[in-house]
Design a binder for this molecule. Structure first.
Ligand code: TTP
Ligand code: MG
Length: 348
């Protein structure tokens, strides 16, 4: 598995068009310049991180830490365009790519030996620099979780390979919170059974872990013993019909999500009719205000061409994955596993 994460992404995008701020402590924030005191830091350059500034911190506090701070208000549309160009490079290898956020992805590199994997990582870094002008960090190892952790440990501008036998020593002594996907909830459940480090997860009985953390338990155990089996789940955009749109403002109200979902369903269905295809899969995408993504999908029993079915499955998926604590910025609806109506020739 090869994991790519762009370095100080929004800030680096701004430096592409504001070379005058190169080398300066630069912060990208959520509010316009005139209201900047109200906003929070989305990201900042590594020069700003030296002062202790980080994502999520109030701008006011960031200024207290560094008076010479340069502030630029967030321009998400522009960062999304840059992101699209990066993902075009990542997808150009014809390998499965799973997108985790606006600037992070896992690429399946099955079949490559360590030497070729590192060569691919180097080439990717070179190409992203030459074609887009940005730095990224790449982690290579077995499984998505470990590869992401390796990437994290090699930041910024790094490229690191962790061989299978190096995984357990690498994890030794690390806190459970360092495992991607272990948020405050899972962490507190693990703490309640006396587990604070990844090695303790590895030496704990799987059944006990599952009792505490549900279906994640077995996977956690695998990760901790260096046997991360997670694979890339690809979104096959070419073989699907999809629409996505930004909500008027970030929301924690599921009613806003449903309203927008209905519009997207209309549009997706419009294309289904126009192209005269049947679909078997219905999927959704949720983009949160911290620019992380979640995609979920359901495979139907039979091929369908019903708008109501897209709407009801999409609603169910949105409902099931809704978290009132996480504001949503943008949502998407898609149908996939398409088949032509005439002759029923399968497209995917
Ligand atoms: P990250 O990859 O977490 O951060 P980064 O790319 O800025 O820095 P690095 O990876 O080098 O540590 O997030 C990607 C972008 O998502 C980030 O540039 C801004 C945005 N973001 C937010 O808006 N709010 C947040 O809380 C976080 C974590 C990120
Ligand atoms: Mg990043």
């Amino acid at each position: 598995m090869l994991y790519v994460d762009m370095d100080s992404f929004f800030a680096s995008c701004e430096l592409l068009r504001h070379a005058e701020y190169l080398g300066k402590p630069l912060v990208i924030g959520t509010s316009e310049e005139r209201n900047k005191e109200r906003g929070v830091v989305q990201t900042c350059t590594y020069e700003a991180r030296k002062f202790g500034i980080k994502s999520g911190m109030p701008i006011v506090q960031a200024y207290k830490l560094c008076k010479e701070l340069v502030y630029i208000p967030s321009d998400e549309k522009y960062y999304e365009d840059v992101s699209d160009r990066i993902f075009a490079v990542l997808r150009s290898y014809g390998r499965p790519v799973e997108q985790y956020s606006i600037d992070e992805a896992a690429i399946d590199i099955e079949g490559l030996d360590y030497g070729s994997a590192v060569a691919m990582g180097k080439e990717l870094k070179d190409r992203i620099m030459k074609e887009i002008g940005l730095k990224c960090t790449i982690g290579i190892s077995h499984g998505k979780y470990i590869a992401k952790m390796v990437c994290e440990s090699a930041k910024p501008d790094g490229l690191k390979l962790l061989r299978r036998e190096e995984i357990v020593p690498f994890l030794k002594g690390k806190a459970i919170e360092e495992i991607p996907g272990v948020g405050p909830k899972t962490a507190s459940k693990l703490h309640s059974i006396g587990i604070d480090t990844i090695d303790k997860v590895g030496s704990t009985d799987v059944q006990l872990l599952s009792k505490a953390t549900g279906s994640f338990g077995a996977e956690l155990h695998n990760i901790a013993v260096g046997d991360d089996r997670s694979r890339v789940v690809e979104s096959s955009e070419a073989l699907s019909i999809s629409r996505e749109r930004t909500l008027e403002s970030n929301t924690t109200d599921i009613k806003d999500v449903y309203l927008m979902a209905d519009r997207l369903v209309e549009e997706v269905y419009g294309d289904v009719e126009k192209k005269n295809v049947l679909f078997k899969g219905v999927g959704i995408k949720i983009k949160y205000d911290d620019f992380t993504y979640v995609t979920r999908s359901t495979l139907l029993k039979n091929y369908s061409q019903s708008k109501e079915q897209i709407a009801s499955v999409a609603r169910k998926l949105f409902e099931r994955n809704f978290d009132a604590k996480k504001p949503i910025r943008k949502i998407g609806v898609k149908v996939y596993s398409l088949s032509r109506v005439s002759g029923q020739r399968r497209l995917s």
